[in-house]
Design a protein around this ligand. Structure first.
Ligand code: PBG
Length: 328
């Protein structure tokens, strides 16, 4: 029996001391801001499902760059909204496709900006699925050939890193091989290694116009019941040459962020997806929670679980919170 009280509170007695003993350290350099680039001109439109986030046509991307710079955010991940879609998503690998235009524009405006691209087909296919259909089924091997082509076209346009989000088998190896062949041996792959078939993507699909026209994504994205399978997916992607492993969504899947950190030596990214952001926005608007506090605490939790990198629509606001010393 203890006769003396162990005083854990002793290390909580002052702000200075609390900051000194923080276990989790966060830097604005670990944040990636997702950006939606829309084909057309003069488009600078707030996205209804993601308040505070915008569609930018290439000629309006300076607004994004200004905002990012004002907050010290210099890593972005691009998603594209093409004007036209077709059955095979050919806009995704077009030389003057919307993401390719966006990359070139950002690099011209802000060479310091590190540009990552989402490699997928769902925004470009008329049916909204993440690949080439064979009947109602997404054909794996035809799709990965196209994904490799998309990744190379992004690299040619100047992308610094590619991030395949489709969940086809063997796509990391196919993309690595194609990038290497095209001379892009130093373009890293951040794979959406464990990406779940999640309801939390709802606001994104409104924002990107990428909801499937029929069925759902459960024949390629993962079943939320499965955790061991996520580690298998991570191991496969690591073997195939992924440079960074991503877990998505983030908050509801922190067990996997933690396990991924424990098991693999690669950097671990977590994607706090559209639904996570929209819920906080909606609850704050309804006066139910303190947006700033919840944003900060959620981000800290994701890093505490083991993420090295956080992809978040709150990148700008979190960078400010870190600099102010409220977190980090
Ligand atoms: C494309 C893709 C999606 C997201 C990122 N890449 C949507 C989906 O898989 O349906 C979701 C991002 C978010 O919800 O913020 N496949």
């Amino acid at each position: 029996m203890l006769h003396e009280t162990i005083r854990s509170r002793r290390l909580r007695t002052s702000d200075s001391l609390r900051r000194m003993v923080r276990e989790t350290r966060i830097s604005p350099e670990s944040l990636i801001w997702p950006i939606f680039v829309a084909e057309g001109e003069d488009i600078y439109r707030e996205i209804p499902s993601l308040p505070g986030q915008y569609h930018y046509s290439p000629d309006q991307l300076h607004r994004m760059v200004e905002r990012a710079r004002a907050h010290g955010v210099s890593r972005v991940m691009l998603f594209g909204l093409p004007k036209e879609k077709d059955e095979i998503g050919s806009g995704a690998w077009a030389e003057d496709g919307i993401v390719q235009q966006g990359i070139r524009k950002i690099k011209a405006l802000a060479p310091e900006m590190y540009v990552i691209t989402d490699v997928c087909m769902c925004e470009y296919t008329s049916h909204g699925h993440c690949g080439i259909l064979c009947g109602q089924y997404v054909d794996n091997d035809q799709t990965i050939a196209r994904l490799a082509q998309i990744a190379v076209s992004h690299a040619k346009a100047g992308a610094d890193m590619v991030a395949p989000s489709d969940m086809m088998d063997g796509r990391v190896a196919a993309i690595r091989e194609a990038l290497d062949k095209a001379g892009f041996v130093n373009v890293p792959i951040m794979s959406y290694a464990a990406k779940y078939a999640s309801t939390f993507y709802g606001p994104f699909r409104d924002a990107a116009g990428s909801a499937p026209a029929f069925g759902d994504r459960r024949s390629y994205q993962m079943d939320p019941h499965n955790g061991r399978e996520a580690m298998r997916e991570c191991a496969l992607d690591a073997q195939e040459g992924a440079d960074i492993l991503m877990i998505k969504p983030a908050l509801a899947y922190l067990d996997l962020v933690y396990q991924c950190r424990q098991r693999f030596d690669l950097p671990v990214a977590a994607y706090a997806v559209s639904g996570e952001y929209a819920m906080v926005k909606a609850a704050a608007k309804a006066g139910l929670i303190d947006e700033y506090g919840v944003m900060c605490e959620s981000a800290v939790s994701i890093f505490r679980a083991g993420a090295d990198i956080l992809i978040t629509y709150y990148a700008c606001e979190l960078a400010d919170a870190i600099r102010k010393g409220d977190i980090g």
